[in-house]
Design a protein around this ligand. Structure first.
Ligand code: FPP
Length: 253
C-alpha cells in the first residue's frame, strides 16, 4: 500500500518516547468510520456499532488531551447522514445526548472545551440543548478543544459562510471582493488552526465532505482498523507516521 496508510509503521509500543522529539499535530481530525461493519462482524445491530463507537472515542479524547493536542475534531454526523434509516439517526442523536450528559464533567476536569461545527439549527431540539449546556459548561477550558462536527458538510459550511458574508455586505451596502482570510473568518472553524492530520478508520480512501477547505494541506492517515477497535495505541501510530512526513505546503523541504 502507499504511505498514507498504516502499513509501514512500527508497533505503537515502540514509539511513545519518540513522539516527544518531533512536533505534534496541533489539530487532529478524525473520520470515525466502520461502526456498521464492526456491528455486522459481531452479529449485532448497526446501532450497537455506533454505541461501541462512542465508547472508543472517550479514550482517544483523553489521550489527545494528555499528549497536548490543541484541537480534536470528530465527524459525528454529516449532512448526508440524514439519508440513513430514521431509527439509526434517532440512535445517533440519543448517543450524542448521552455522551454529552455523561462526559462533560470529566472533559471539563481534563481542561477540554467542547465546541461544534455544522448546521446545528437542524438538529433535534434536545440535542441542541445538550450541546448548548456542554459548550457553556466547558467554556473557558484551555487545554484542548473537542470540536464535534454535527450535521456538518464541507460544502454546506462554505455555502453558509458565503451567504452570511453576502448578507452582511448587502446590509452595509458594501461591495468588497472575497479573499482567503475573509472566507476563513466566516467558516464554522474560525479561530481554529487547520487540521495537520486527518485520520480515517476502516480503510475507505475518501474525504466524505469533511473540512474540504481546511484540509488543503492536511496529512492523511488511513487505517483498516474499524472505529470501535481504534485505540490510543492506534492514535500514537498515526501520529508517529505523521511525524515522519515531509510537509512542504507546495514549497521545498
Ligand atoms: C460511520 O460508521 C460513523 C458514523 C456515521 C457516525 C459516527 C458516530 C459515532 C462514532 C458516535 C457518535 C459520536 C458522538 C460524539 C456521540 P458507519 O455506520 O458508516 O460504518 P460502516 O461504513 O461500517 O457502515
Amino acid at each position: 500500500m502507499d504511505n498514507y496508510t498504516d502499513e509501514s509503521s512500527p508497533p505503537a509500543t515502540a514509539m511513545s518516547g519518540a513522539l516527544k522529539n518531533r512536533p505534534l499535530p496541533r489539530h487532529i481530525a478524525i473520520i470515525m468510520d466502520g461502526n456498521g461493519r464492526w456491528a455486522i462482524q459481531h452479529g449485532l445491530p448497526r446501532v450497537l456499532g455506533h454505541r461501541q463507537g462512542v465508547k472508543a472515542l472517550k479514550p482517544i479524547v483523553k489521550e489527545c488531551s494528555r499528549l497536548g493536542i490543541e484541537v480534536l475534531t470528530v465527524y459525528a454526523f454529516s449532512t448526508e447522514n440524514w439519508s440513513r434509516p430514521l431509527a439509526e439517526v434517532t440512535t445517533l442523536m440519543a448517543l450524542l445526548e448521552e455522551f454529552l450528559d455523561s462526559e462533560t464533567p470529566e472533559l471539563k476536569d481534563q481542561g477540554v472545551r467542547i465546541r461544534t461545527i455544522g448546521h446545528l439549527e437542524q438538529l433535534p431540539k434536545a440535542a441542541q440543548a445538550a450541546l448548548a449546556r456542554s459548550c457553556a459548561e466547558t467554556d473557558g477550558q484551555t487545554k484542548m478543544v473537542l470540536n464535534l462536527a454535527l450535521n456538518y458538510g464541507g460544502r454546506d459550511e462554505l455555502v453558509r459562510a458565503v451567504n452570511r458574508w453576502l448578507a452582511e455586505q448587502r446590509s452595509k451596502g458594501a461591495n468588497h471582493d472575497l479573499d482567503v482570510a475573509t472566507v476563513e473568518r466566516y467558516l464554522d472553524t474560525a479561530g481554529l488552526p487547520d487540521p495537520d492530520l486527518l485520520i480515517r478508520s476502516s480503510g475507505e480512501l475518501r474525504l466524505s465532505n469533511f473540512l474540504l477547505w481546511q484540509m488543503a494541506y492536511s496529512e492523511i492517515y488511513i487505517t483498516d482498523v474499524l472505529w470501535p477497535d481504534f485505540t490510543p495505541e492506534e492514535l500514537l501510530r498515526a501520529i508517529e507516521v505523521y511525524q515522519q512526513r515531509d510537509r512542504r505546503f507546495g514549497g521545498h523541504s
